[in-house]
Write a protein of this length. Structure first.
Length: 283
């Protein structure tokens, strides 16, 4: 696919990633770690079919991801906004994990970030949720160290060519389409209240993740925008399939080109929803 040029050669390009959930059977998986199941597996037929399907899904999602990252690279800055690994999977007894070893999950996440950065980007990281990234261990510290991140923190504040980003992983979720922007507006207002107290610089761009959905609300006159990033975990978790009937999740990432506080552009890169579409069983 054709390269996407910056609107100005002086603009800095920033990539926001989140929610790779490396180690989950539907997590973003570098080809070096994509276990291939064949029909010779000694599992039951139904389980074997499911594993083969999951292997193909991981390959399809990686190929889509890698192709679009290559369209935009190189990046001046890469920000990974949490849940780079999936963790121990206690709620499902580890049955949804491609890899149960947290150290290996960290290696998988490092492989993703090494691919994205290519040794040319400054990497910054924000911690994800404790359930996935370690309630006591902070496994993302390992990822940050091995991937040579400049910094990892609970909330990141980055000023790029005068444009200020406030980046945090968690944001509240809802199943109601009518109220899905409420949490975004609240995050923006809360950040401005922190700034009014002098405890944070006032941000132009509020970035949140966690919900695996790309939503945004902005006011062009004030050069402000609040958004949630799409996730980089595919469909297929037990919780998502069996208990969630709300809004669809999305797979992708977000890119910003920043020249100044009043000259910037952003690109939400979201896969076609039918890339992971289901089919009816013919009876």
């Amino acid at each position: 696919m054709a390269k996407i040029a910056r609107f100005s050669k002086k603009a800095r390009r920033v990539l926001f990633l989140s929610d790779e959930h490396c180690g989950h059977v539907a997590g973003l998986t570098h080809p070096d770690y994509n276990i291939t199941y064949t029909d010779e597996s000694d599992d039951g037929a139904q389980k074997r079919t499911r594993r083969i399907k999951q292997t193909k899904q991981r390959r399809v999602l990686w190929d889509w991801f890698a192709e679009r990252v290559n369209m935009f690279r190189p990046f001046d800055v890469v920000v990974n906004n949490g849940d780079a690994v999936d963790g121990r999977g206690e709620r499902s007894g580890g049955t949804e994990l491609l890899c149960t070893n947290p150290d290996e999950q960290c290696e998988m996440a490092e492989a993703v970030l090494d691919f994205v950065c290519g040794g040319k980007s400054d990497l910054y990281m924000v911690y994800g949720t404790g359930y996935h990234t370690g309630k006591a261990e902070d496994w993302e510290d390992i990822v940050a160290r091995e991937a040579h991140a400049k910094k990892i923190e609970g909330e990141g504040h980055y000023e790029i060519n005068g444009l200020h980003f406030a980046v945090k992983h968690f944001i509240g979720n809802t199943r109601s389409p009518a109220s899905r922007y409420t949490a975004l507006s609240n995050a923006q207002i809360r950040q401005w209240l922190w700034a009014a107290r002098g405890q944070q610089p006032k941000a132009n761009i509020i970035v949140r993740s966690h919900v695996h959905r790309c939503l945004y609300a902005g006011e062009p006159g004030t050069q402000s925008l609040a958004l949630t990033t799409p996730g980089l975990q595919g469909l297929g978790s037990k919780y998502g399939v069996r208990q969630c009937d709300g809004l669809p999740v999305e797979f992708g990432f977000v890119v910003f080109d920043v020249l100044s506080v009043d000259q910037w552009a952003w690109y939400p890169i979201v896969s076609p929803l039918n890339l992971q579409g289901t089919t009816a069983t013919s009876l």
